[in-house]
Design a protein around this ligand. Structure first.
Ligand SMILES: Cc1cc2nc3c(=O)[nH]c(=O)nc-3n(C[C@H](O)[C@H](O)[C@H](O)COP(=O)(O)O)c2cc1C
Length: 184
């Protein structure tokens, strides 16, 4: 692949949630995206990424587990009610977790590696023509979502990625020029 093609792919990726609700995403494509995540750089090769793939009715279960945690945390009734259908907004939601390390530094590096893996997934989705959207785990819901996914205790939920077939192309968001200092 030429650099220009790669740069074009990177620039084409958008956080996109306007998707065809009726069109499923083949599970093989999701497996391929999880697979490219594992090719991210990973200090000490801890392979920290874990994935929970939600389709169909299971998206409602994920929404309810999140909403229940929010309710327990005292979030507003409006927010809780909205969350009960939150993960139905795309045909697939992939929850990506970062397993705990054996030290604070390893925790941090695991999370960085998983974030790099998530970007691999988003770019892969873009290359496949899929829309993707990286969403944080709602505040105070990490442990409930991780438990719902069957992840080990202490797992950090790095991303809840919506995936579907786009029904609209979004224009690129222009970026400020990178702040670069040259040391010679
Ligand atoms: C770590 C991380 C967490 C994010 N969480 C959310 C989120 O919870 N809700 C949301 O609307 N967007 C979320 N985003 C998406 C950003 O808002 C989005 O990337 C940004 O607006 C730039 O748009 P683009 O991705 O289309 O270039 C998140 C992005 C990252 C990297």
């Amino acid at each position: 692949m030429k650099f220009d093609d790669f740069a074009q792919l990177v620039r084409t990726r958008r956080s996109q949630l306007i998707v065809d609700q009726e069109r499923d995403v083949e599970i093989d494509l999701i497996n391929q995206l999880c697979s490219v995540a594992t090719w991210a750089p990973n200090h000490q090769q801890t392979w920290p990424w874990v994935f929970g793939v939600f389709t169909g009715e299971s998206r409602r279960g994920l929404s309810n587990a999140t909403a229940d945690a929010m309710q327990r945390n005292g979030d507003s009734e409006m927010k809780v009610t909205k969350t009960r259908t939150k993960y139905l907004r795309a045909p697939v939601v992939v929850v990506v977790g970062s397993a705990p390390g054996e030290s604070a530094l390893q925790n941090e590096e695991n999370r960085d590696a998983v974030a790099a893996g998530v970007q691999n997934m988003l770019l892969g989705a873009t290359a496949l023509g899929l829309a993707s959207f990286w969403s944080s785990c709602p505040k105070g819901c990490n442990d409930d979502v991780a438990r719902h996914c069957g992840f080990a205790s202490g797992t950090h939920v790095t991303a809840m990625i919506y995936i579907g077939w786009p029904t609209k192309d979004l224009p690129a968001i222009e970026r400020p020029a990178p702040a670069i200092t040259y040391f010679t």
